[in-house]
Design a protein around this ligand. Structure first.
Ligand code: ADP
Ligand code: ADP
Length: 226
């Protein structure tokens, strides 16, 4: 069971104004939480503070009863998936997915099993020997998700992972992400400005505007659509 709690989290890039102000949220195990809202409202900043890629200006971040404001990213047990895939271009798909586990000195056989299992889930087993340059956008995004899966994180943090894909592929990947969430049974925190994505994927939706949380609700209970 893992639990992520944000208590009055604030971010100021300068003294003048808040990029995020007093963000409060309890994220429960296995939730699919969506941060939605217009560009610049603070979604990505909040996600990056949870990941540890951005300092928290004020407030408290708790992960499993541990105060994590100053914890190194690698010690937070989160896996990020970015819009631009963040793959290593000179490594094969297999090596991209295996990389984090190799660094952790996991035995080869175990790495092999995990990579193949994730590749099977994502239906990219036939691509394992290719390099990212020889993949389509959707395939690259699957590899990025695969690299995150093998880490067995407490939570996936996804920042607009589908926004570089065309509409058709986006629709397909939405279905697959829902399925993946059910199958893996882990927490996902997901940033998007796309209302359809928010409404179809989220078990809970956080609507943001100008750095402030406007609403937190299950999709069917939002009083007006994001
Ligand atoms: P969103 O993800 O919702 O588009 P962001 O979290 O990226 O919004 O940005 C929130 C606010 O913080 C915006 O006003 C943005 O300009 C500002 N901001 C984001 N990153 C930086 C940065 N590195 N330096 C200064 N301001 C930033
Ligand atoms: P370690 O094995 O020590 O965790 P990694 O190379 O796996 O080192 O990653 C270090 C940190 O870099 C991660 O914990 C994470 O915060 C960040 N990171 C960068 N890219 C990713 C990604 N695609 N997925 C997950 N984390 C990433």
């Amino acid at each position: 069971m893992s639990e992520i709690t944000l208590k009055n989290i604030c971010k100021q890039y300068d003294d003048e104004h808040y990029a995020v102000k007093d963000f409060n949220l309890d994220i429960h195990d296995k939730e699919f939480v969506i941060f939605v809202g217009p560009s610049g409202c603070g979604k990505s900043t909040t996600l990056r503070m949870i990941a540890g890629l951005e300092d928290i200006s004020d407030g408290e971040l708790w992960i499993d009863d541990e105060l994590c404001n100053y914890l190194e990213p690698r010690d937070r047990g989160m896996s990020m998936v970015f819009q631009n895939y963040a793959l290593y271009p000179n490594m094969t798909v297999y090596d991209n997915m295996a990389y984090a586990l190799k660094i952790r000195k996991m035995p080869k056989a175990e790495i092999d099993e995990k990579v193949h299992q994730a590749a099977k889930t994502l239906e990219i087993e036939h691509l394992l020997k290719r390099r990212p340059g020889a993949l389509s956008g959707g395939q690259k995004q699957r590899v990025a998700i695969g690299s995150a899966i093998v880490r067995k994180p407490k939570a996936f943090l996804m920042d607009e992972p589908l926004s570089n894909l065309d509409a058709k592929l986006r629709a397909q990947m939405r279905i697959e992400l829902s399925k993946l969430h059910r199958e893996l049974g882990t927490t996902i925190i997901y940033v998007t400005h796309d209302q359809t994505e928010a409404m179809t994927l989220g078990t809970r939706i956080v609507v943001m505007k100008d750095g402030i949380v406007q609403q937190v609700a299950e999709p069917q209970k939002l009083y007006n659509n994001p």
